[in-house]
Design a protein around this ligand. Structure first.
Ligand SMILES: N[C@@H](CCC(=O)N[C@@H](CS)C(=O)NCC(=O)O)C(=O)O
Length: 102
């Protein structure tokens, strides 16, 4: 029962993709917050996407509308609707809320 519940939970969890660039201080701020939440066992899979790769950069611009990083793409696992969250502080706040919901 517990396994089934955690499987359902994982299936319903949004897909998270963080667009970043190396050396970006705002991205480092987000990484540190993610590390802190992970150490507490409150944050699992987040895909990292480095915008140094042209295809990744284009995906960010096409999807989110601008090339600014960090940007967290939150995909609803049922509707596939994507929310593009810019601003490091908002991303961290979202992660904190998400982590305490789980
Ligand atoms: N206020 C934003 C600042 C983000 C920012 O300035 N990112 C830089 C990289 S360090 C960037 O993407 N600059 C290019 C752009 O804005 O198009 C945050 O806190 O996330």
């Amino acid at each position: 029962m517990r396994d089934r519940q955690s499987l359902n939970h994982r299936q319903l969890a949004p897909k998270l993709k963080l667009f970043y660039s190396a050396g970006c201080p705002f991205c480092i701020k987000v990484f540190l917050a993610m590390l802190w939440l992970r150490l507490q066992g409150k944050l699992s899979a987040v895909t990292l996407a480095n915008v140094v790769r042209p295809t990744v950069r284009q995906q960010l611009i096409d999807g989110g509308g601008k090339k600014q990083v960090p940007c967290l793409a939150i995909t609803d696992s049922q509707s596939e609707k994507v929310i593009w969250l810019y601003e490091s502080t908002e991303i961290i706040d979202w992660f904190k809320r998400y982590a305490t919901r789980r």
